[in-house]
Design a protein around this ligand. Structure first.
Ligand SMILES: *Cc1c(COP(=O)(O)O)cnc(C)c1O
Length: 425
């Protein structure tokens, strides 16, 4: 056995891995004369080299065909969002009619709540996790207030019961059962953004439905990270963004899932012309007839320039497939965990669950020395081309993305931490 704590070993892991890195397919920012060790795919994924061509293709088509680009030649804009349907469905384990790329995450969350948060006096409440991403909390609190209810009593925030802000399934079960009779909606994350904990989404959904509540999922940190089976797991809706693990650029057009059981149900929604069924949309009639499935929640004709990068991104995911990508992710993050355990346990503490079934690629790592030390370490890492991100008060998130991060990147992180520690900080 070679010493796992050597650059040679990390390089040999890269050279012999069953899924070679696709790093060459991406633009990796440079630091000095080397690639950055970029671990921030949980915040903004790297640009695929194929993105520019997809964007230019739209610009060219617009310049040459103008309005006729909507319905002429290849990649027509009228049905452009449909080009994403099948690859998106594969990505999240859904049926094609259950997914659509549209709007942004928070906008989709509101649109989904218009349809699937239907509070009554007996059943007005929404359950979310305490410490949820602020936008999600703002969205649910404002929906509760919009319906004339009181977020102080009807927004139920489950406090973590385990150290480091983690949740046991027992606590989730107890909360859903205790509040069940008052719950209109359970909104749960696929992967919690702060801790990196992932959840049994089938069980969360089952528990919510057993209480007569709807279940929605925020997959911002789960899509493109863990394997999802949205159709079989059965949640009513899910929303996610495409600029994190989906590498589709800042503010990219987001994703939305509506379960097949609602595909033809005429459920109430806020309507717009792009949700009208396509065959008669251009008769421009006064009455809204929804498209079947998730397409029926679209409002506007989509920003084609904004959708173009998603095509290049989904090509990357389709070239590998989520099962193989997830296996690689387990190896990369497992190596990160191993190096921390064996060499850095006096300096760093992993907050994210150890069980690979309860996490994606991200490790949330607490700096034992506290906030000031943590800030100093974070600065040291950045100065050495190792980029993670900082969460107050003392956590560095490191997310090895299996499409473009390498074992060598992981080694560079650990090595830089060790150098900082050994220099007496
Ligand atoms: C990243 C993220 C968001 C961001 O919302 P946008 O509408 O895309 O700006 C929302 N919720 C969660 C959980 C996130 O991780």
């Amino acid at each position: 056995m070679t010493n796992p704590y050597s650059l040679d070993h990390a390089r040999s892991l890269d050279a012999t891995d069953p899924l070679p890195t696709r790093r060459a397919e991406f633009h990796v920012p440079r630091h000095d004369d080397a690639d950055q060790a970029y671990f921030v795919g949980n915040s903004l994924g790297l640009q695929p080299r194929g993105t520019r061509a997809q964007v230019e293709d739209v610009l060219d088509k617009w310049s040459m065909e103008a309005v006729e680009g909507h319905f002429r030649g290849h990649s027509q804009w009228l049905s452009y969002h449909g080009l994403m349907r099948e690859p998106l469905a594969r990505l999240v384990g859904a049926k094609p009619l259950e997914v659509v790329a549209m709007n942004s995450l928070t906008a989709n969350l509101h649109l989904m709540m218009v349809s699937f948060y239907r509070p009554t006096a007996e059943r007005p409440a929404i359950l979310i996790e305490a410490g949820a991403f602020p936008s999600d909390r703002y969205a649910v609190a404002s929906q509760i207030a919009f319906h004339g209810f009181d977020p102080d009593t009807d927004l139920i925030e489950l406090e973590p019961d385990l150290p480091g802000g983690l949740f046991s399934m027992e606590a989730i079960t107890a909360a859903i059962e205790t509040h069940g009779h008052r719950l209109a909606l359970v909104l749960w994350p696929g992967v919690q953004y702060r801790t990196g904990q992932s959840f049994d989404l089938r069980e969360v959904t089952r528990l919510a439905h057993a209480q007569g509540a709807r279940c929605g999922l925020d997959l911002a940190h789960a899509a493109g990270n863990i394997e999802l089976s949205l159709h079989d797991d059965g949640a009513d809706f899910a929303v996610w963004c495409h600029y994190k693990y989906l590498n589709s650029g800042p503010g990219a057009v987001a994703g939305c899932f509506v379960h097949e059981r609602h595909a033809h149900s005429g459920v109430q929604r806020f309507a717009g012309w792009w949700g009208h069924e396509p065959a008669s949309r251009f008769r421009m009639g006064p009455d809204f007839v929804p498209s079947e499935g998730a397409d029926g929640w679209q409002l506007s004709n989509p920003p084609i320039l904004g959708l173009a990068p998603l095509r290049a991104s989904l090509d990357q995911f389709d070239a590998v497939g989520m099962p193989a990508l997830r296996q690689k992710s387990l190896r990369l993050t497992g190596y990160l965990q191993q190096l921390i355990d064996e060499r850095l346990a006096d300096t760093l503490e992993v907050v994210t669950p150890r069980d690979p079934a309860q996490r994606g690629c991200q490790l949330s790592i607490r700096v034992r020395g506290g906030r000031e030390q943590g800030r100093a370490l974070f600065g040291h890492l950045a100065a050495h081309g190792v980029l993670g991100d900082w969460r107050e008060p003392d956590v560095i998130r490191i997310s090895p993305a299996p499409l473009y991060n390498t074992f060598e990147d992981v080694f560079r992180f650990a090595h830089a931490v060790e150098a900082w520690r050994d220099a007496g900080r």
